[in-house]
Design a protein around this ligand. Structure first.
Ligand code: FAD
Length: 389
């Protein structure tokens, strides 16, 4: 492989690939290379998630998440249509189980309207059953534009397009060192060294060690959270038509355990949210992890119960669809979220980018970053172009 290039992107998930494609589209004569540690693209978060194209309801108005999710969902549907990638606008219900959840549902509705989420409607107990006949609750928000897709398939399509335009994806190429090299940035990896005019790090779970190696502040640190899913028996899958979500705890960046009918027709329940064993020593060495644990220990205990006992996890589903029983579910896949945690223990809510010399780092890109990927890639490319010029 060539030792020099104009732009190197570290990470072959949906974000790295969307960014590489965007930059090559803007600069067709540039040499752009993606360095990916695994044997193929989309092996981490991009290939192990809920597969939901979010519509932009939850996010604080004015935040990057709010803007880029609404924009990104529109672009993603267009991209799928153009490239023949299957998707379905299945529609989502966010269900309030009792009057105690109505205040939080009101706030979600306010955010959704301010974020200009298309087609958002408020439903009463009767109205929600017209959308999901087996669901129960006192009220709901319905988002008809929320959909499902396979994000890994989109990532593979982005990689193919990028390579057809002259870009290179180098798999099995873990970057282990970063050093300045005579007006370039040197990336030391499994197959030698690549020197780039500019480097962009979209490394998910490994974002912070790479950023720190390039000279960035260690705050925030990525703390991996494992999200496990259960699968509903196919004979019972008719009980769920689309996506049924709880009213989430507004203090947490997670949307809560939900029922989703995937693009392949299977119905999942999940994800859980438990501190992941991946790089656990790194997580425990961060003061923010302990501060977070002190604040959220009750939630952590519930998650531990779910991890140990499928039946207790499955019972969450009956809160929304009473006909569902614990025996209807079996263990399925899991994914690990790259969630940034600040030194003070706060879970960082918005997307975060930061810069070092000749490099840009994506420091926090949790959900809905897959939905937002094409819009987020434009923002990253704008920032990278400033650095390049
Ligand atoms: C359980 C779960 C459910 C989710 N649900 C949704 C959802 O429904 N909708 C949604 O929009 N988002 C969802 N997300 C979030 C979404 O999956 C991520 O935000 C998105 O995939 C981030 O993409 P990425 O490219 O940044 O990360 P990743 O896909 O994690 O890619 C990072 C890549 O960097 C590579 N890498 C790391 N270090 C190095 C190195 N040193 N050298 C070379 N390569 C390296 C990794 O191998 C990896 O391929 C979910 C995430 C999880 C885990």
């Amino acid at each position: 492989m060539a030792a020099d290039c104009d732009i190197a992107v570290v990470g072959g998930g949906i974000l790295g690939l969307a960014t590489a494609r965007e930059l090559l589209d803007r600069r067709p004569d540039a040499t752009v290379v993606v360095l990916e540690r695994e044997h193929a693209v989309a092996q981490h978060q991009t290939g192990h998630n809920s597969g939901v194209v979010h519509a932009g309801i939850y996010y604080a108005p004015g935040s990057l998440k709010a803007r880029l999710c609404v924009e990104g969902a529109r672009d993603l549907y267009e991209y799928c249509e153009e490239h023949g990638i299957p998707f379905e606008r299945r529609g989502k219900l966010i269900v309030a189980r009792d009057d105690g959840e109505l205040g939080r549902l009101d706030e979600l509705e306010r955010r959704g309207r301010e974020n200009r989420v298309p087609g958002l409607r408020r439903l009463d107990a009767h109205g929600l059953r017209e959308i999901e006949p087996h669901a129960r609750g006192v009220a709901a928000l319905h988002s008809p534009e929320t959909g499902v897709v396979d994000f890994a398939e989109i990532a593979r399509s982005l990689a193919r397009e990028f390579e057809a335009a002259g870009g290179r994806v180098e798999a099995g190429c873990e970057v282990t060192g970063i050093a300045p090299r005579n007006r370039r940035v040197g990336l030391v990896h499994a197959r030698g060294e690549t020197r780039a005019h500019f480097a962009i790090f979209c490394a998910g779970l490994w974002a912070d060690p790479l950023a720190v190696r390039a000279g960035a502040d260690p705050d925030p640190r990525i703390v991996p959270f494992r999200g496990a899913y259960l699968r509903l028996r196919p004979e019972r899958a008719d009980l769920v038509r689309g996506l049924i979500y709880p009213v989430p705890d507004p203090r947490l960046p997670f949307l809560g355990v939900h029922l989703s009918r995937h693009i392949d027709g299977h119905v999942s329940l999940g994800p859980s949210a438990l501190l992941a064993p991946t790089r656990i020593a790194h997580s425990l060495a961060w003061p923010g992890t302990w501060r977070m644990a002190r604040r959220w220990w009750r939630t952590g205990m519930r998650e531990l119960r779910h991890a140990a006992n499928t039946r207790s996890f499955a019972r969450e589903a009956a809160d929304y669809v009473p006909e569902l029983e614990a025996g209807d579910f079996s263990r399925w896949y899991s994914g690990t979220r790259a969630q940034a945690v600040a030194r003070d223990g706060a879970l960082v809510d918005d997307f975060v980018l930061s810069e070092t010399e000749r490099a840009l780092h994506v420091r926090n890109a949790p959900s809905p970053a897959a939905t937002s990927s094409l819009a987020l890639a434009r923002l990253i490319a704008d920032r990278a172009e400033q650095g390049l010029d």
